[in-house]
Write a protein that binds this ligand. Structure first.
Ligand code: ZN
Length: 334
């Protein structure tokens, strides 16, 4: 479901045209004691409806199916195990805003030295694509009229679980294809026991270690600075990897990206960078799941493996993501 569709559905049934601020939303959430529920799916539908009546008055009508869609959406884009009052208030303010003009953010994924010339340089991976080739294409795009620019960065601590050098620091699960740490090799897929459920992890060479040259953005990449731009650091938790800029791989921690986008009333995201079949793919798919109209600019991405790049294209298109060439970007911003 698209965020813009929810916003328009409410706009169509509302009588008043006043904007509702985040504090009003928070007060309504607290009045209904929604944080007492263990998660969003546990909130009864009549409470969801009551929430909107609190905010909009009772002079509007929406079908139950619409409220259920809204509830499902809120559940998809927030942490599963809790009702986060503040994030919920932000989302409600966003959904009920008066002005739903298209606003487009450019997400520039992991254009960092280690993926271009360092320990995980894409040019040495099976597809033999060179990460540096995205730099001039992205530099042209950042001159265009995007509302917001996000530079995501893999930003790992020394003891990060994804590094082959750290495989013996964490317990492997008995079901792991490589059950013993001493037998594990770079690029193996292993299963770690984790604190709760076991999870799979590819073992990479150590890369993008916080504060190192390899973790820096490529020196020729134009970085827009100011209120309309941010760096988004991911993969900070030593115990879990983060391919998507929205979530860690186990969905236990949500980055601030979603709330930064809705705070700026972003409706559309355009994703580019490294690597096509890993962080770009997961970020774009999560962007679409969070309800943004999502586009991937293929010639502004480079990937790891040909089959992975093809799978990424199929998976992205299957969930409604548009895949375009950089020559088409200006028409998106019109
Ligand atoms: Zn990484």
């Amino acid at each position: 479901m698209k965020l813009i569709d929810i916003t328009k559905a409410f706009q169509n049934v509302r009588k008043d045209t006043e904007d509702i601020n985040e504090n009003d939303c928070l007060n309504a959430i607290q009045k209904l004691k929604l944080s007492n529920y263990k998660d969003i799916p546990s909130i009864p539908l009549n409470k969801v409806k009551e929430l909107f009546v609190q905010l909009l008055g009772d002079g509007f009508h929406l079908d139950d199916t619409k409220f259920k869609e809204v509830q499902d959406f809120l559940s998809n884009c927030t942490l599963k195990k809790m009702v986060d009052e503040r994030l919920l208030a932000k989302v409600l303010r966003y959904l009920l805003r008066k002005d739903s003009t298209k606003k487009v953010a450019l997400l520039i994924v992991d254009v960092q030295n280690d993926f271009i010339s360092g320990s995980l340089a894409l040019k040495h991976s099976p597809a033999c694509e060179d990460g540096v080739d995205v730099v001039p294409v992205i530099n042209q795009m950042v001159q265009m009229k995007f509302h917001f620019f996000v530079y995501t960065m893999d930003w790992h601590p020394q003891d990060h679980i994804s590094f082959i050098t750290n495989v013996s620091r964490y317990d492997l699960h008995p079901t792991s294809k490589v059950p013993l740490a001493k037998d594990a090799k770079t690029f193996d897929l292993v299963t770690f026991a984790g604190d709760g459920d076991p999870f799979d992890q590819v073992l990479w060479p150590a890369h993008c270690i916080q504060g190192t040259e390899g973790a820096e953005l490529h020196p020729e990449l134009t970085e827009i600075k100011g209120d309309n731009s941010m760096r988004l650091l991911k993969g900070i938790d030593p115990k879990v990897d983060s391919y998507s800029a929205f979530w860690d791989n186990n969905h236990t921690h949500q980055t601030k990206l979603f709330s930064e986008l809705i705070d700026r009333d972003i409706t559309d995201i355009v994703v580019c960078g490294l690597a096509t079949d890993i962080c770009v793919k997961f970020t774009a798919i999560d962007g679409q799941k969070h309800g943004f109209n999502t586009t991937v600019v293929l010639d502004a991405c480079r990937g790891v493996a040909h089959d992975g790049i093809e799978i990424a294209r199929c998976e992205q298109q299957a969930c409604g993501i548009r895949i375009i060439d950089s020559s088409e970007v200006s028409s998106l911003l019109a």
